[in-house]
Design a protein around this ligand. Sequence first.
Ligand code: HEM
Length: 408
Amino acid sequence: MITVLLGLLLLIILIEIYFRTRPVYVDIARKINGPPVLFFLSCVKFLVSLTMESTFWHLRDYAATYKNTYRFYAFGRLSINVIRAREVEIYLSANRHMDKGQFYKFFSAFLGEGLLISKGEKWAQRRKILTPAFHFNILQQFLRIFHEESHKLVKFLDNNIDNEQEGINLPPVTSRFTLNTICETSMGVKLDSMEEPDEYRRNIVLIGKLLIARILKPWIYLELPYKLLGYKKEIDRPLIPIHNFTRKIIHQRREAFYDGKIVNFAPGNRENIYETKKRRYAMLDTLLAAEAEGLLDAEGIREEVDTFMFEGHDTTSSALTFIFLLLANHPDVQERVYEEIRSAVQSNSGESLTMPQLNDLSYTDRVIKESLRLYPPVPLVSRETNNHVFVYSYIEYARVCSSALKVH
Ligand code: HEM
C-alpha cells in the first residue's frame, strides 16, 4: 500500500516538474501576467469546485485584476485570455492559423460540423452557401414572424404579470418565443402546429444545459470516460428526438421543394430564391437549393439547421431577458424607449412598424446595443493555434495555446 502511495506521489511530482519546466510555460509565464499556477492537487480541487456561476466570476475577477491579456495554466494546457477588443481582432482575423477551441467539439454530437464547429475549407464553403440566407431582403420577409411572436410575448406578459405575486421567471418565457421564431424562420414550420412541441422545447433547452455542463467536468473531456460514466447516454436521450424532428421537417420541406411548391429555383440562382417566389421562404430553402446543386448532403443540411436552432434561440432569449431586466432597473430609460416606440406606432396609424421605421428607433437601438455590451449572451469565444504561428507578439508555439477571448 505504502509503495503504491509513494509511487503515486512520485508520479504527481514528476508531472508537476514536467509541466512547470516546459519551455512554453516558462516563456509565457515570464512574459504574461496571470493567476498563480496551482500545484497538481490544488488544481484538481479548483477544477472540481467550479460551477457555472463561479467560472463566470473568476473570469470577471481575473479581467479586473490583470486589465489586459492574461495567461491561465492548468495540467499542461496554456490559455491566453484576451480581453481587449484590439487584440481580439488580431486573433479572429488570423483565421488561417486558428481552429475552434477544444470545447466546441463537445457540441458536435448535436451540431455535427455546422458553421459554429467547422473550420478551414469546410467552414468557408458552408459560410458561402449560407451567406445569402442572411441577406437584408430575408430579414424583411421574416418581419411578419417577428411581429407575430412579439405580440404573443407582450400578450402573455400582460395576461400573467398581475397573477404572479413573485413576478415572472423570464428565461423560459422569452426562450419559448425565440424558439418559435427561429423554428419558423429557419425551418418554415410553426412549432405549435407540430406534434409534441413542448417536448421539443424541453429537449432543446436540456441539451444546451447538458452540453455546457461538460465543460465544467474535466474528467469527462475524453470520450472514453464520457461514455463509460453514462454521460453520453444522458445526452442521447434528448438528442435523438431532436435530430429526428429536424430530419422530418427537412424531409417534408424537400418534397415540397422538388414539387416546385416553395421556390422558383433554377440552379445557379440560389441567391435570389427568396425574391422570386410567392410562398414563404425559410432559411432551409437556401440549404435545399445548395443540395440540389450538389454542394451539400442531407446530413450537412441537418447540421446547419440544428446550428441555427441552437445559436438562434438561446442567444436572443438571454438578450431579451437582460434587456427587460435593465429596463426594469432604469425606469427613466424604459419611459424613453416606450415613448419612442409609441410615437412611431402612432405615426404609422397604429400598424406594426416596417423595417425602415424600426431602423429609425435610434434610442431603442442604443439601449439594445448597450444591454448586449453589458450582458453579452455569448460571453466567451475560444480558438486554438493549429500550427507554428506568430500571433499577438508573444505566442509562437504549436498546439499549445488555447485562447479564450473574453469579448466583454
Ligand atoms: C443576440 C443574439 C446573438 C448573439 C449575441 C450571437 C453571438 C454569436 C457569437 C459571439 C458567435 C461567434 C462564435 C464563435 O465564433 O466562436 C456567433 C456565431 C454564430 N451565430 Fe450567433 N448570435 C446571436 C444570434 C444568432 C441568430 C439569431 C442566429 C441564427 C439565425 C445565429 C447564428 C449563428 C451562427 C450560424 C454562427 C456561426 C457563424 C460562423 O462561424 O460562421 N446567431 N453568434
